[in-house]
Design a protein around this ligand. Structure first.
Ligand code: ASP
Length: 325
């Protein structure tokens, strides 16, 4: 029997230490700690890695601080379109949803696709009809409304109607370019959420969930619901990403980490470093959390901050927003 290991993230981004009040930092870290310890307690009690990452991500989705589920950001049409994915490293079973709205916990929807359909990824109305038929919980649009998120949309549109913004982030991406254009007057972070876990039987799993980018075009699909990009798990490693999806998709970040370990014999730390370097070289911002079958954890990022909490084989919960990944 292995010691359980778990890590969660609440998004990478550009929140400088100076921009975050001590009260806000405490609020984030307390919520990250509460969620990590509760999912870890389930793992320690014997639940599997898939259930543990589902629990952790569902709790992060219920917390309005993060850009997923309840805290999802607005599209350019002032609607919500959420993405989520989950993967079981034992079997390579995977499920994902994209461009859904009203779904209370998109990670549970992704899990339903994994366990109760013959498909991996379901999109939009057809996906929602399938989920309703299964009794997956929906909430009215008011549940997802937040004045702060709406103000973010108005601020992004005011600067440039085509400008997409990472949740509260200081960097925006013009629609026709993959090159980041800095807008230092914005403060913030990326708020996508995710979890990776190794359970007592040594099985790995990963899950990721997001509202995407503020002011994104309706129909835009990021890395989060794409297996191998923003979420990946096999017998070697489990990975959950956060950052500008357009970069993570092209680098197949999640799969690349596991592939480097499998094909090159790289350690998790080496694979993570190489993939983060490639992301940086391409001009992408973000980070990821990953665990391997030995229970090693990495949480690297190339942004100023990444909200994160982790519990390694020593059983101690640690949280951080800034510093080294
Ligand atoms: N990766 C997400 C997306 O591109 C955004 C994020 O991580 O904040 O949709």
């Amino acid at each position: 029997m292995s010691d359980p290991v778990l890590a969660i993230h609440g998004g990478a981004g550009a929140v400088s230490r100076a921009a975050l009040t001590p009260d806000a930092a405490r609020d984030y870290e307390e919520n990250l700690r509460r969620i990590a310890t509760s999912a870890y307690a389930a793992l320690a009690g014997g639940v599997g890695a898939v259930e543990a990452v589902t629990l952790a991500v569902a709790m992060l989705e219920d917390c309005p601080l993060f850009n997923a589920g309840r805290g999802a950001v607005y599209t350019s049409k002032a609607t919500h379109e959420m993405d989520a994915a989950i993967m079981d490293g034992r079997t390579l079973a995977a499920g994902a949803v994209t461009c859904v709205h009203g779904v209370k916990n998109p990670v549970r929807a992704a899990r339903a696709v994994m366990e109760r359909s013959n498909h991996v990824l379901l999109a939009g109305e057809g996906g929602m009809e399938f989920l309703r038929g299964l009794g997956v919980a929906f909430e009215p649009e008011e549940y997802f409304h937040s004045e702060q998120r709406y103000a973010q949309l108005l601020a992004a549109r005011a600067k440039d109607p085509l400008r997409m913004v990472l949740d509260h982030d200081g960097t925006a991406w013009p629609a026709q370019s993959h090159a980041p254009a800095a807008h230092p007057d914005d403060k913030g972070r990326m708020g996508t959420v995710g979890a990776v876990a190794r359970d007592r039987s040594n099985a790995l799993a990963a899950a990721t969930s997001t509202g995407g980018l503020t002011n994104k075009l309706p129909g835009r699909v990021g890395d989060t619901p794409l297996i191998g990009a923003g979420c990946y798990a096999d017998a070697v490693a489990a990975v959950s990403c956060t950052g500008v999806g357009e970069y993570f998709i092209r680098l197949c970040v999640g799969h690349d980490i596991a592939a480097r370990m499998r094909y090159q014999g790289a350690s998790l730390a080496e694979a993570g470093r190489a993939v983060l370097d490639n992301l940086t070289a391409l001009g992408g911002s973000g980070g990821f959390i990953a665990v391997d079958k030995e229970g090693n954890l990495i949480l690297p990022f190339n942004t100023e901050s990444m909200y994160r909490a982790w519990i390694g084989t020593d059983g101690a919960c640690q949280t951080a927003i800034h510093g080294e990944g």
